[in-house]
Design a protein. Sequence first.
Length: 262
Amino acid sequence: MQIDNDNVAYDEYFVRASDTDMFYSAALPFYFDAMQEMGGEHAERMGVAIADLMRERNWTWVITRTRAIFHHLDMWQDTVRLESWPQKGYKLYCPRVVNGYGKDGSLSFEAMTLWALIDLSRNRPLRPSELESSFRIPPEDKHWMDPDIGKIERFDDAAITERWPVHTPVPTYFDIDYNRHINNVVYVRWMVSAMDEEFLKSYEPAVVDVQWEHQTFRGDKIHVETGVVSNDGSEARLVHCIRKDDGTIVFEANTRWRKKDQ
């Protein structure tokens, strides 16, 4: 990773065969993995990684929201160049931008991620200003994205026209991260694993807006629901929901998909 004088981080990620689908297109979890890695390593370089915060203050980071716009999907053996920077606090969130560029230099995706700083002693969120003095915020006239990404449409409120079968994944040991809960990328993997296979063969993501609401752990019984709101044959709009067995919603998502070029 390279970090410039404005505190913008740059790195490259290679698309492996295991990161792709049956057509060698990069799958959604690849992008969420890369975004997580960029944020984590950049935070470590700034001295505010999860391990640093836990050791020194008993604080941690949790991601609450990501809205990503996909312009095109990268392919097997492509190298994706990522750039990322933190922004000034927005409400109780610490925004971080992650943009990805393909092998020809064109923009693959652009994402706003919203993180919360949690005081583990009190199990309460902290204001971003508690930590902002610990690192540089890039100048907004050069590096800025609007962190106000609106509210997500609730699965239970959506006008669903078709429901796909419920997926019931089993959390495993390797789904657990440093916070000792199921890692945020696993929810995205569960979400796409619940989707109709024929649909995935014909469509690719255009916008993916996800919201993490509660923690899950090993032993939790998980139910992944998918609803089609609209599909005109060229663009589809879906809603997604992950619940625990007791009905608690732990994750919701709104996604838009475009028909693949044939």
